[in-house]
Design a protein. Sequence first.
Length: 165
Amino acid sequence: MEVWSAGRFPSGITPELLQRAHPSVQRNPILAEVFHRAGLIEKWGRGTNRVAEMCRAAGIPPPDFAEIGGAAVVTFKVPVSQPGGGPESRPESEGSLATAVIRLLQGGPISRAELSKRLGHKQVSGQLKVAMKALLAEGLIEFTIPEKPGSRLQRYRLVKTDEGA
């Protein structure tokens, strides 16, 4: 998972420096003060170190920090699902969303916008896009117009299996 933020790291801060103790350079002092008063920041200049510690405690590698094309980028290397796993093996929210998509597609082909609407969303969310991409990759759903995946007329349908026939 990557998190992108427009703008470079503050002057004097490098991606390598963020992996160890480093000076705190606040980009938005007002927002930093709000987080500090809310108890979300315990100490200035320790946030990236705490994130790395939390990753290690969760059994995943610490994040990578980089500057790419004028943006600050943090990359987390986390498992998305177990090999061969279906929607049930995903984290709760993603699994629930994938399961809901499959349930809606049982009624026939639907566009992504219509799926989003039926799920009660105002617009197509990033989570829905991720869930649908995973379902496509797993071969559980397919495009109705495979030669034009970006078509405005595109719909999605469940893949027919021999199990239910």
